[in-house]
Design a protein around this ligand. Structure first.
Ligand code: FE2
Length: 432
């Protein structure tokens, strides 16, 4: 074995009677997950990591991001109102000034942050409403360059509307031909509800014809009558795209009539459509026109989960025209998600950890994801004893392993104290 991780706690349990497991890695694959790997193997291993009873998880996965806009904060100005619409306008101002070199450099820098956070797979939308397809070329280049350590999946995203923006559908088709993986859309931004529904039909038919996945920005609105998710589910069902389609944001569901939702959620489940909430962004962008009470705007996460829908939390934005904060930390995303959704029970909190790990991995269709023999050797050692503590502390990523190689290390979080009669340090964990 090349690498052995000893005394690991796993997020989803162990063989009965064992508190920890050892994980053996060889040629980029996990080859053993056992209570005790023979210590004689240590001599042959290139490296041995002692997790010391800390949580070892498959890496974080972000199912919804915009890598073409990330780290552009302040270019050409900041979003003064902080609203979605000023963000879209600001992005429109920035687009003509984008250069491929700057796009690539910002995206690579973000991927460095991601790796350090144990975030090793990202689905990024890329705006195709630009004749030059500059961002598409840039992110395809980034995808190629990060491939040795990070899975980057790209969505052809017609930011200004596939029908509303001249040439957008042709650009989207060109982007797919160039190697972009997933078909995107934004039905609520089309001129009318009817155009929105038509865009969903058009894009789903194109995806079916090409055998591709679909991920649409869908109903990112506080309007309870924005019901494009219904059309997306119906088209998915009609075209037999079950398991390959995702609705991102779905914020209008927050404000919908409960009786209507009682029909809608089973329809989403029946069609095998997945859902992605973006808690940091939804809580800051939605409800902007409200006085008080002010709506939270995030979609109905616990209800969708209870119905058996696969739900992920995405980061969406980091330091871009829409959002000035973030650092690629999916534990921060889960932390916000559980607060907004009031998912503070034990099982609910664990479900929020799944929403930034196994659930988005399923949505992306990642192969070999997990901590089990045969899986790809991608993992993160966290400075926490379980998923709940990991979220609470936004725990340090003590070691990040990608393709069987340690690619990042971080010291544990500690503070030294100089108080008379008190301990010399704290690690923010509960010790009894
Ligand atoms: Fe988005």
């Amino acid at each position: 074995m090349d690498l052995i991780v000893r005394r690991a706690v796993l997020a989803h349990g162990h063989p009965a009677g064992h508190a920890t497991v050892d994980i053996g890695i060889e040629s980029g694959r996990i080859v053993a997950v056992e209570p005790h790997i023979d210590t004689q193997a240590d001599a042959q291993a290139r490296e041995v990591i002692d997790a010391g009873g800390m949580l070892v998880s498959a890496p974080f996965v972000d199912a919804h991001f915009h890598m073409d806009a990330t780290l552009s904060y302040g270019l050409p100005r900041v979003n003064a109102s902080g609203t979605l619409l000023e963000g879209i306008a600001l992005w429109g101002e920035l687009k003509p000034h984008l250069t491929q070199e700057a796009l690539v450099e910002r995206a690579l820098q973000y991927c460095d942050w991601a790796v350090a956070r144990g975030l090793l797979a990202i689905r990024s939308h890329v705006d195709v409403c630009d004749e030059r397809l500059l961002a598409v070329e840039a992110l395809l280049e980034v995808k190629r360059r990060v491939a040795p350590y990070l899975d980057l999946q790209l969505v052809a995203f017609p930011q200004d509307g596939v029908l509303r923006s001249p040439g957008a559908f042709d650009n989207l088709k060109r982007a797919i031909a160039m190697g972009v993986d997933v078909v995107g859309g934004i039905p609520h931004f089309e001129r009318t509800m009817a155009d929105g529904a038509e865009s969903v039909r058009l894009l789903c038919e194109f995806a079916a014809e090409k055998g591709l996945r679909v991920d649409m920005h869908c109903d990112e609105s506080d309007d309870p009558l924005s019901r494009h998710i219904e059309t997306l589910a119906a088209q998915t069902h009609r075209l037999g795209l079950h398991g390959r389609v995702t609705g991102s944001h779905l914020t209008s569901m927050h404000s919908m009539d409960n009786y209507y939702v009682s029909k809608l959620i089973p329809l989403i489940r029946e069609s095998g459509v997945s859902a992605i909430a973006n808690p940091l962004i939804n809580i800051t962008l939605q409800g902007r026109a409200d006085t008080y009470p002010k709506r939270r705007g995030m979609t109905r996460v616990p209800e969708l989960m209870a119905a058996g829908v696969t739900v992920a939390f995405g980061h969406d934005c980091v330091m871009d025209p829409w959002y000035s904060f973030g650092s690629g930390d999916m534990l921060e995303v889960a932390h916000m998600g559980l607060h907004v959704a009031q998912m503070t029970g034990v099982d609910a909190t664990r479900a929020c950890f799944d929403a930034v790990t196994v659930n988005p991995a399923q949505i992306l269709g990642l192969e070999g994801y997990g901590i089990a023999p045969g899986c790809a050797a991608n993992l993160v050692v966290l400075d926490a004893r379980d998923p709940i503590e990991a979220i609470r502390l936004r725990a340090a990523r003590l070691a990040v392993v990608s393709r069987g190689r340690v690619v990042s290390r971080q010291p544990p979080q500690r503070a030294s104290l100089t108080l008379d009669g008190r301990p010399g340090s704290v690690d923010f964990k509960l010790h009894r």
